[in-house]
Design a protein around this ligand. Structure first.
Ligand code: SF4
Length: 275
């Protein structure tokens, strides 16, 4: 793994994501190296190819200072503004234990008495390190990406991410600490489309953590992502399915069965690009 340090001109970047005004990405690259990750195009910023994804991380060492400066310019202490950590990296990947950039940014938000929503999306239990800061923010939510409840299967797709069982425990811990949470079931892996009983079990395990809200997203089937996935789908004898639209109905039924709320009101589906 190549780890470097860079500086950034800004921390808050305007977002095109729904219900998100700004994103903060403390790192370029992600050591978790998920095969389905759409963010591997970020490598062009630091002279890495798509195939290098998961093998480099650059820490934006001045990001907390830039965030401090930008927050000063937001009117009403950012009331009604939503900031997402993060859109093209995991804010709690392994190097965060050393650099603490996400923690530094949260400290800035607390000190500035930021009044908007701080939304965090991660696959890592390291987020629990910052419960003390999260509890001081007036509006916060933490999402854990949970694509399966099978640690061995997760290892095929989310090569170096924490085991999915640990992510479920993280949800439990955050819920016990009073932090609003949700599970991000995305992408819906191909075997779940073929076997709804597994999705049933997965949603049941999410609900058992105390989490009541889920995002559900289908795979971003860009050609380069399909190419990467194809290697593992062959190894694990999993067959991709074109049944995603047919299974939306089943997914909705299972969400209702487990007393969960579907965030965004619909299952997210990507426009397939040729990238
Ligand atoms: S954790 Fe998120 S950002 Fe990191 S490789 Fe996986 S999908 Fe991409």
């Amino acid at each position: 793994m190549q780890v470097g340090r860079i500086s950034t001109k800004m921390a808050l970047v305007k977002s095109k994501l729904p219900d998100t005004d700004y994103v903060v990405n403390p790192y370029v690259g992600c050591g978790f190296g998920c095969l389905y990750c759409y963010a591997s195009f970020m490598g062009r910023l630091v002279n890495h190819s798509i195939s290098d994804w998961g093998h480099y991380v650059y820490a934006k060492i001045n990001i907390a200072k830039q965030l401090d400066d930008q927050l000063t310019k937001l009117p009403n202490q950012g009331k009604s503004v939503t900031i997402l950590f993060s859109s093209v990296t995991d804010p709690y990947q392994g190097v965060e234990a050393k650099f603490k950039l996400t923690r530094q940014c949260l400290k800035v938000l607390v000190n500035k008495q930021f009044q908007g929503l701080v939304a965090i999306l991660t696959k890592s239990f390291l987020v629990c390190r910052d419960i003390d800061l999260l509890q001081q923010l007036p509006h916060v939510e933490v999402g854990l990406t949970i694509t399966t409840d099978d640690d061995a299967l997760s290892r095929h797709f989310e090569i170096k991410a924490p085991p999915t069982s640990k992510r479920l425990k993280t949800l439990t811990k955050l819920n016990q600490a009073g932090i609003p949470t949700y599970a991000f079931v995305g992408p819906v892996l191909p075997h779940l489309l073929n076997r709804p009983s597994l999705l049933d079990k997965l949603l049941g395990r999410i609900r058992a953590t105390g989490t009541k809200r889920v995002f559900v997203e289908h795979l971003n089937a860009s050609p380069y992502i399909k190419k990467r996935l194809a290697q593992q789908l062959t190894k694990s004898e999993l067959l991709p399915s074109a049944k995603s639209r047919q299974t939306d109905k089943i997914i909705h039924q299972l969400i209702t069965k487990h007393g969960l709320t579907l965030l965004g009101g619909q299952i997210i589906r990507h426009q397939v690009s040729n990238r």
